[in-house]
Design a protein around this ligand. Structure first.
Ligand code: AMP
Length: 401
């Protein structure tokens, strides 16, 4: 077996998948949750259907890794004899800024650089660094580790796409610019689409819509990201579960003033209390919004309309930016599953050459499917994303396997 452990660490969680890259199958997966609070492990072994739910103390990421090693190598959930059977570990890292434009091997220097970027991604990068250090401590010495960055795919954007209209010195001194996120997902689905279409990705202009709890839309020209909706942080772009997406910056200072918010409080307001939740007053989950739409709830209808309208505008903008498009991808929890959102986005887009089979769209959930009808100038596809698999592939490539 050619085993790769993929790790996605947050401040209080450590999600993982153990993949056998010989057949690209998942051997075990789960989440060490509530790190630093109390601690809970959810662990699954897909082949046997074994499920483990257990409260266990996780004061830090180190104890979470130790528990992970224990469940993988001992007891009922055991899938391997020892961690030395694992070829490498691949870590998802949110912010690589302009330093990391591709995946790389983990060294002490790389961990320090990731940690130093915490100023640009305080919620993510410091926990990543903690997890990298914990993993290094717990795994057998010499286990290769690789970091794969959410931002790396977008490092091909030209300055005209990534610069803000702020004084240039803020870019030079404080690195204020658009970075873009979800890069691993956009890269995975655009390559999978090119393969499904039987075309060379170099010849394709794609708009990739990753719609989930967090959402971003990317213009992919010839396999390269040329623009994307998320910005300096994952707050920018379209309306999300609890994130507001783009707003006039003056509205931000005005609302701060009105509520007497500190910058941190305003950040919480825009990241955690806005989006579907803030507009609808119902919740952050698209399913709850769509159900309320069926009940005729006015704010749910508004939320849903805003989401669909904003997605349409990005498709239009990126078609203009790339001088046309060959395909639109829907991915992420909403993109893969919500026929309502896909139908509304693709409605009245004939002038663009977009026409989908509504019946097929209704039935399509989480499966690679071409939704556009014959003769639709632009193809529309549902392409399930798999960031873990791409991280595992990148990891293997880097360790030369
Ligand atoms: P993600 O962040 O990619 O896991 O996506 C989460 C979002 O996907 C939530 O807003 C869910 O409501 C939405 N979602 C998941 N399954 C469905 C479904 N069957 N129909 C509609 N939306 C869904």
């Amino acid at each position: 077996m050619n085993l790769v452990l993929v790790v996605n660490a947050g401040s209080s969680s450590l999600k993982y998948q153990l993949l056998n890259m010989d057949g690209e199958t998942v051997i075990a997966k789960g989440n060490c949750d509530r790190i630093g609070v109390d601690g809970h492990l959810s662990h699954k072994v897909p082949a046997t259907g074994y499920v483990l739910e257990q409260d266990c103390p996780f004061p830090t990421h180190t104890e979470a890794f130790e528990k992970l090693v224990e469940v993988l190598t001992t007891g009922e959930a055991k899938v391997i004899d020892s961690m030395s059977e694992i070829s490498a570990v691949g870590h998802r890292i949110v912010q690589g800024a302009e330093i990391f434009d591709r995946a790389c091997m983990v060294t002490e220097d790389v961990i320090n650089q990731i940690d130093a970027l915490s100023e640009l991604a305080p919620v993510h990068n410091h926990p990543h660094a903690l997890a990298l250090r914990a993993c290094t401590k717990v795994l057998p010495a010499g286990t290769p580790q690789v970091v794969v960055f959410d931002t790396a795919f977008h490092q091909t954007m030209p300055p005209k796409a990534y610069m803000f209209g702020l004084p240039y010195d803020d870019y030079k001194n404080y690195h204020v610019r658009k970075y873009g996120f979800h890069g691993t997902s956009h890269r995975f689905v655009s390559a999978a689409l090119a393969e499904a279409m039987g075309r060379d990705i170099k010849d394709l202009k794609i708009v990739s819509c990753h719609l989930g709890n967090g959402s971003s839309i990317t213009a992919v020209d010839g396999g390269k990201s040329v623009d994307t909706s998320m910005g300096f942080t994952p707050l920018d772009g379209i309306l999300m579960g609890t994130r507001c997406g783009s707003v006039d910056p003056s509205a931000v200072t005005y609302v701060m003033d009105k509520h007497g918010f500190t910058p941190r409080e305003m950040s919480d307001y825009m990241n955690k209390k806005s989006g579907f939740l803030g507009v609808s007053g119902i919740g952050s989950d698209n399913r709850d919004i769509q159900n309320a739409v069926l009940d005729g709830d006015e704010k749910a209808i508004l939320t849903s309309d805003m989401l669909q309208y904003q997605i349409k505008k990005y498709i239009g903008a990126y078609a203009a930016a790339m001088n046309g498009i060959d395909a639109v991808i829907f991915t992420g929890g909403i993109g893969e599953n919500s026929w309502e959102v896909r139908e509304a986005v693709c409605e009245n887009m004939e002038y663009f050459g977009i026409k989908i089979d509504n019946e097929l769209n209704h039935k399509t959930r989480g499966k690679l499917t071409k939704l556009s009808v014959e003769g639709s100038k632009v193809e529309v596809w549902v392409v399930p994303t798999n960031e873990e698999l791409l991280i595992a592939r990148d990891t293997l490539k880097l360790i030369g396997k």
